[in-house]
Design a protein around this ligand. Structure first.
Ligand code: HEM
Length: 159
């Protein structure tokens, strides 16, 4: 199934119908999407700053465990609410280049986070003594990616 067919199917689905016909469904999904944004971007920024060497008085292992949990909740909320809003207008959104770039960057952000876990999770205890340059570059990329994704999300309305 190509992207256009898949988008048409999603737009015609009962989820798409519901998001367009209910007075509350879209606004509620929008609010949940923004709540997800706050829960993802807030913790990620603090964690990435810590990984970059700021606020060293925060214990890294505990800070990482706590903030990763919140960020994952935020991302889950963003994806569920985002797909619901997408379904309301899937055809035009699927061919919108800002939306396409946003989805590509979300995939890059998730891949970066998974690779970070894979490479460095076990080495966080010695992070401050010998922080790996690649790991720090990943933390910086993570900050940039999620900020750009948020910006693109808002930009779609004006594209
Ligand atoms: C699979 C994941 C996602 C999907 C399908 C999705 C989809 C959408 C859609 C359809 C809109 C409404 C666009 C419009 O017509 O104006 C939107 C808005 C937005 N999205 Fe996402 N999104 C996703 C993930 C994210 C993530 C990870 C972020 C932030 C890091 C984000 C940030 C935003 C922002 C800031 C808005 C504007 C909200 C507003 O103006 O009220 N989205 N998203």
């Amino acid at each position: 199934m190509d992207v256009g067919t898949w988008a048409a199917w999603l737009e015609a689905s009962s989820l798409g119908h519901w998001m367009r016909s209910s007075a509350l469904a879209y606004p509620v999904a929008n609010v949940l999407h923004l709540l997800g944004l706050v829960l993802l971007v807030g913790p990620i920024m603090i964690l990435d700053c810590r990984l970059l060497g700021f606020a060293r008085w925060l214990p890294l292992i505990e800070t990482n465990a706590l903030l990763t949990r919140w960020a994952m909740m935020g991302l889950t909320l963003l994806v569920v609410a985002g797909i619901s809003m997408f379904a309301a207008d899937a055809g035009p959104l699927a061919s919108n280049s800002i939306m396409q770039l946003k989805l590509l960057l979300i995939a890059a952000g998730i891949a970066n986070a998974l690779l970070f876990r894979r490479l460095w999770q076990q080495r966080l205890a010695s992070w401050d003594l010998n922080p790996p340059s690649l790991g720090r570059a990943q933390a910086l990329c993570s900050m940039l990616i999620w900020l750009v994704v948020g910006t693109l999300g808002r930009w779609i309305a004006y594209a």
